[in-house]
Design a binder for this molecule. Sequence first.
Ligand code: NAD
Ligand code: MG
Length: 403
Amino acid sequence: MTMRRVSLLGATGSIGDSALDVIARHPGRYAVVALAAHRNARKLAALCRKFRPSMAALLDADAARALERELAGDGLPTRVLAGPDGLVEAARCAEADTVLAAIVGAAGLAPTLAAARAGKRLLVANKEALVIGGAAFMRAAREGGATILPIDSEHNAVFQCLPAGYAGDPARAGVRRIVLTASGGPFRARAVDTLGAVTPDEACAHPNWRMGRKISVDSATMMNKGLEVIEAHHLFGVPARMIDVVVHPQSVVHSLVEYVDGSLLAQLGHPDMRTPIAQALAWPERIDSGVGPLDLASLAALAFEAPDPARFPCLKLAYDALAAGGAATVVLNAANEVAVAAFLGGRASYPAIAATCAETLARVAPRAVASLDDALAADAESRRTACALLRLPADATGMPLAA
Ligand code: NAD
Ligand code: MG
């Protein structure tokens, strides 16, 4: 058994917690060599004491100094890094063979891409990085010799249902379509005409999953599923017309692959991210994730229904953006990040999220994306446009969503 050395980007978040829980169950099999996060120095210091990484990076320079002070005199092997370059250094860390990308939002793109270029075994939770990077990201990973393993539960389920060695050619593998399941979030059954009044806490109260606040809001609007359709398109080389979404309120079937012979393969399990994380950490082997057995007899029923377009306009926006091609998916993702941050900060209503995304897509001129620079330019223009629409200062484009 080879010891895997892991760099964990987004260590202080929800995925970070789940990943470290799995890793801590297998001390002889995984070592943490780098940890990175935004600005929560206290939490990162506690993680450094527990996992003794060689490096710890915080984006926020003041927080990085606070981390250094916290750790001084502890005799740890940990070098503290700061700023965007520090995050990239943690992602490239020569000691790491495995990088788990779990920063939220576009902020994760540069370090995730650095890990792809460095040929790491790359476990991707940070779907926004895949949406922005798109084909250029996948190419960089191929050229860098990286192995991409999806952690997003739906994509991990699809990965498990595809044949071993699947190489991005659905026809060759006999795949007819991919079916992504969606819980429907906290507002699946709420009267649509009351959605104008929902609060951030209501939007974050997901019925099945405990997650960070940005992805929780995305789950409520179903932009999360829209981003996941785009993510699946890039990860598996499958056109949008072969990707369907079905609402499945129990979140037990995590997604399915349908083959041309009529077989439908699904992956089932508790809604607990430790399962896909453990699957990807150990692949092609299997390890205990801490998730208990699923008692099928106790599941009263598994329900499936078509998503309601009036309730979830963001889902159609994502399909439309994918069909439009070029930078449209990048524009959509960026507008959504701005609008969700504004909603969580009390500066925009819940319906303004979908409205801002639609209007930004309409206003930003279409452009081709031949390179990552093209994608980043579209991302920046979209953020400026969305800020103007929401009457936010032009610099309110970031995502102060997490510690
Ligand atoms: P979270 O908000 O709980 O954690 C985000 C992490 O990213 C934190 O460690 C934070 O410090 C770090 N971070 C935030 N902004 C940063 C920045 N500018 N620079 C550096 N680090 C920054 O989010 P989460 O729920 O853990 O989600 C992380 C990613 O995984 C998201 O892209 C999300 O869509 C994806 N994902 C999450 C889940 C889940 O169950 N939580 C499931 C599937 C996919
Ligand atoms: Mg998901």
